[in-house]
Design a protein around this ligand. Structure first.
Ligand SMILES: Nc1ncnc2c1ncn2[C@@H]1O[C@H](COP(=O)(O)OP(=O)(O)OP(=O)(O)O)[C@@H](O)[C@H]1O
Ligand SMILES: [Mg+2]
Length: 348
């Protein structure tokens, strides 16, 4: 048996370059990924995290990672990412939507000369990301949601099924999908509220008391020490509208962290293609060297952190208010430093 060239930690370190503050989720995914790549059984993973916490970013980071490593081509690295909503719209059948795409991927990666057997083996060991899985809940506001029910059932037949049929280019194929790795993600917004309510009124648990928090920028506020992962149970997911059969196919449920100010500051500057890096590139076109002070960075992160429901998406909006005038009329050359004053002045 040949040795695998990567350890889960290597994958973890690589993914962390783009995904900030979600070490637990990345760790879980890295181990599952390495197991899957070498053909070991790997747990299906359900990622639950507030909007803008990095679920889609993490899935894309994995896709990018697999695509950027040609040495992984001989392993099971065939991956597709599908939006659950799109899946629910798929009238030609889910098999075609998911397995057909894995098949097309495999053909692209292996070339036209690949044997049917190899292509189908690659499909049978595919990696399927299902994003926005919370959109296919079985009921919405107490009413049954037929699209959701149908989509969940269809996914169920895709998971661990020994004989799933799909059609591509007019040819029918049947595969055993029990070795496909599923990673689903969603914000489950009302789930958060429902569990929070349960925790606040102390239903089945001791009621929470607010605690005083001092932020990195020195502001003081009261907060509830609520972390979904401390309170979440399978029952909560059932009540939300994920059927027990579907939910129980995910052996691993990971709740992503809410991003703290420090994480937001790092997201703003560090990852390749970060907001600040992109902005620096823009100003460089006019010969301007864009800089930012530590104070300004923390102030931006603080402001963004106030818009809890947006997660890291709030950074973009906060920054736009500060920079838009200068983007419209950039000076001619020189250094442009964003300082704390500029952030304060741009407040709504
Ligand atoms: N943990 C993170 N690390 C790095 N960047 C992040 C992170 N979370 C969010 N971002 C940034 O914020 C933007 C939105 O994040 P993303 O799309 O991953 O959110 P999401 O969790 O999928 O939210 P939604 O539930 O609304 O789909 C991304 O473009 C990314 O740049
Ligand atoms: Mg997303």
């Amino acid at each position: 048996m040949s040795t695998f060239p990567l350890r889960p930690r290597d994958v973890f370190e690589e993914l962390r370059r783009t995904v900030v503050g979600q070490d637990e989720a990345i760790r879980e995914l890295s181990v599952a990924l390495v197991k899957h790549l070498v053909g070991h059984p790997a747990p299906n993973i359900l990622l639950i995290g507030n909007s803008g916490s990095g679920k889609t970013t993490l899935m894309r980071a994995v896709e990018h990672f697999l695509a950027s490593r040609p040495e992984l081509r001989t392993y099971y690295a065939n991956v597709v990412r599908i939006n659950a909503n799109v899946l629910a719209e798929e009238h030609q059948g889910y098999g075609k939507a998911v397995l057909g795409r894995l098949y097309t991927n495999a053909r692209k990666a292996m070339g036209e000369g690949a044997s049917q057997e190899d292509l189908l083996r690659s499909v049978e060991h595919g990696i399927v990301f299902i994003d926005e899985v919370d959109k296919i809940r079985a009921q919405v506001s107490g009413q049954p949601n037929v699209r959701g029910i149908v989509a969940q059932e269809a996914l169920l037949t895709l998971m661990e099924n020994e004989n799933v049929e799909f059609e591509i280019d007019g040819e029918r194929h049947a595969v055993n999908s029990s070795n496909v790795l599923f990673v689903a993600g969603g914000a489950f917004e009302e789930l958060y509220d429902a569990v929070l309510r349960r925790a606040t009124i102390g239903q089945d648990v001791a009621p929470m008391k607010p605690v005083v928090v001092v932020s990195a920028s020195g502001e003081v506020r009261e907060e509830l020490p609520f972390h979904l992962r401390d309170y979440l149970r399978y029952d909560d997911l059932f009540r939300y509208g994920m059927t027990p059969q579907f939910t129980s196919r995910f052996e691993s449920i990971v709740v992503l962290n809410d991003l703290a100010e420090g994480d937001l500051a790092r997201i703003f500057v560090e990852p390749e293609g970060s907001i600040f890096r992109a902005s620096r590139d823009y100003f460089k076109r006019f010969g301007i060297d864009l800089q930012i002070t530590r104070g300004a960075l923390m102030a931006i992160a603080w402001e963004a952190s106030q818009q809890k429901r947006l997660g890291a998406r709030a950074l973009r909006e906060t920054y736009r208010r500060i920079i838009s005038a200068m983007e419209f009329e950039p000076a001619n050359g020189g250094v442009l430093t964003i300082d704390e004053q500029m952030v304060k002045k741009a407040k709504r």
